[in-house]
Each structure stands twice: as structure tokens, then as C-alpha cells.
Design a protein around this ligand. Structure first.
Ligand code: CP
Ligand code: NVA
Length: 303
């Protein structure tokens, strides 16, 4: 069976928990037997947009598994000269054992998943960033010792926000969200998450209300890749949604989280970013362990 990971709805709770367990084993290197277990496998990693963490964590994780990553910029592929997704996908499926892609439009991944005979993994699209959310949940699982935490997300209702919303339903943690008017998460994603069950998804107009009693306060850039033409109006609209000391004071013990890259002075102040409450580099590190877990899971455990 081919299992894709375009968004987190493709995992049920049991599978999601197994990926957390595997992430822990990869991180502790407890089960050294997990390393190099995918010898001979190959993965194509396609990037339509820039990346630091996703690209490097995937490349290193796949190498740790003993597999071979083939990193491709879409600009260097025939895709840039008009070859279509379905032909590209069918060709790559003959060479590699997984296709992982960072794309502008989520639809590109959906099309790939129709034509691929190997797993297709989302390395970020305009709608979802599942690999990021898995690393974030793993980070909070480590920090709080379980999954019964409350995450407050403040800022743009974007790809990262969507994946955290779906993660909250699958893993069963509380999520509280505050975005400026007009930048709310996609209603269909919220509905989809609510249908999975889990805890209630709470949406607040006031960011101060959203962060009350939270275990972690999360934000992301106000201008995601592909939205640069909206930069001016976005920076204006998001002003009251900055994570600064005043907002952090509303929930004294909360961690600060960010998927990175951060724009200091915009969505977060430098003092919050550099504070002891900031766990952004733990999140970044966990991208590696969770990526190894995801590929091991897709290659070795999906039947
Ligand atoms: N968080 C994240 O996906 O970072 P990159 O854009 O550097 O991959
Ligand atoms: N929301 C951001 C995340 C970057 C990792 C973007 O899509 O640009």
C-alpha cells in the first residue's frame, strides 16, 4: 500500500503516536538498530521555494536511515520548461522510493499523489506544513511530558497554523487561536479537524485572551512565501498580534515557539525570541528526528 503525507489527516492517532515514539528513539539513538535500516532506498526532494531546516533535516535524516536523498530545485528540472506534474511524477516513481516536495500550490501535491506509485510527502505547501507540526508536537511532548497541553497560536492563519489545528485533533491537545480579521485559518480546515474529534478548537479576537493559561505561545511570519505582494497591508494588519513581553506576561509559564525563519521586530520581539522561554531551536532540532521517524514509518511500517 502507498501511504502519502500531504496533510496530517492522513494519519490516525495510532500512527501519529507511533511516529512520536520513533522520533524519541531516533533522538536518543537508543535503538541504534533503526539507523541504516533503509539501505538502498532513495528519495527525491523537490523544492519550488527556499528552505533551510526542511531541506537539511530531510537530507540528513534520509542519510541516517542509510537511504539516498536526491535534492532537486524545480528550476533545474524540466518542470520549469513546462513538463507536467503527472509525467514528472510517473518518471520519478520509476527511480525513487519517495517523493517529497515543497510547492506553492497544495494542488501540485494532490496531483502528484494521484500519479505516484511511491509515497508523496509534503515539505510545505500554501495550505499545510505537516512535517513542521509533527516536530512541534514532539517538542511539546518532550517539554511537558505528555500531550495534554494547551497551545496558543497568534498571527497568520496560514499553512503552519492549519497543520497545528489538525495536529490538535489527532494528538488530542487544546489549541487556542487568534488572528487579525481577514487572516483566519481556512474554515474547511477547522471543520475537517473538528470532524476528527479531539479537543475543541477555540478562536479568539483578542490575542491576550487566546494566550491565557497556554503552555506554549506560537507564532509564524506575517508574510509567508508566495505572499510577498501583500507585505505592506499584512504588516499593518498584524501589528496587534506581535508576540512581545506584554503578551508573554499573560501566561507566565508558557514557552515561546516559532517554526523559523523569524522576522524579529515583526511577529516576535528579539527579547522574547532570545529569552529562556524560547524553545525554537529545540523545535528546529526535532525536525531532524521526526523526519527520520516519518520516513522510517512510511518505508518500513506501512503495510
Ligand atoms: N520551518 C521550516 O520549514 O523552515 P525552512 O523554510 O528553512 O525549511
Ligand atoms: N508560513 C511560512 C513557513 C515557513 C517555514 C511560509 O510558508 O513561508
Amino acid at each position: 500500500m502507498v501511504k502519502h503525507l500531504l496533510d496530517l489527516t492522513e494519519l490516525n492517532k495510532e500512527e501519529a503516536l507511533r511516529i512520536l515514539e520513533l522520533s524519541k528513539e531516533f533522538k536518543e539513538r537508543k535503538e541504534n538498530s533503526l539507523l541504516r535500516t533503509c539501505e538502498g532506498m532513495k528519495a527525491a526532494l523537490i523544492f519550488e521555494k527556499p528552505s533551510t531546516r526542511t531541506r537539511v533535516s530531510l537530507e540528513v535524516a534520509i542519510s541516517l536511515l542509510g537511504a539516498h536523498p536526491v535534492v532537486l530545485s524545480s528550476n533545474d528540472m524540466q518542470l520549469s520548461r513546462g513538463e507536467d506534474i503527472k509525467d514528472t511524477t510517473r518518471v520519478l516513481s520509476r527511480y525513487v522510493d519517495a517523493i517529497c516536495a515543497r510547492v506553492y500550490e497544495h494542488q501540485t501535491l494532490s496531483e502528484m499523489s494521484v500519479y505516484a506509485s511511491v509515497p508523496v510527502v509534503n515539505a510545505l505547501s500554501d495550505k499545510h506544513h505537516p512535517l513542521q507540526a509533527i516536530a512541534d508536537v514532539f517538542t511539546l511532548y518532550e517539554k511537558t511530558g505528555g500531550l495534554d497541553f494547551t497551545l496558543a497560536y497568534v498571527g497568520d492563519g496560514n499553512n503552519v497554523c492549519h497543520s497545528l489545528i489538525i495536529a490538535s485533533s489527532i494528538f488530542g491537545f487544546n489549541i487556542r487561536i487568534s488572528t487579525p480579521p481577514g487572516y483566519e485559518p481556512d474554515f474547511n480546515v477547522v471543520k475537517q479537524a473538528e470532524m476528527i474529534g479531539g479537543k475543541k478548537i477555540s478562536i479568539f479576537e483578542d490575542p491576550k485572551e487566546a494566550v491565557k493559561n497556554a503552555d506554549a505561545i506560537y507564532t509564524d511570519t506575517w508574510v509567508s512565501m508566495g505572499f510577498d505582494m501583500e507585505e505592506k497591508e499584512r504588516k499593518k494588519a498584524f501589528k496587534g498580534w506581535q508576540v512581545n513581553q506584554e503578551l508573554m506576561a499573560e501566561s507566565e509559564d508558557a514557552y515561546f515557539m516559532h517554526c523559523l525563519p523569524a522576522h524579529k521586530g515583526e511577529e516576535v520581539t528579539e527579547d522574547v525570541f532570545e529569552s529562556e522561554r524560547s524553545i525554537v531551536f529545540d523545535q528546529a532540532e526535532n525536525r531532524l528526528h521526526t523526519a527520520a521517524a516519518v520516513f522510517f514509518y512510511l518505508w518500513k511500517e506501512v503495510r
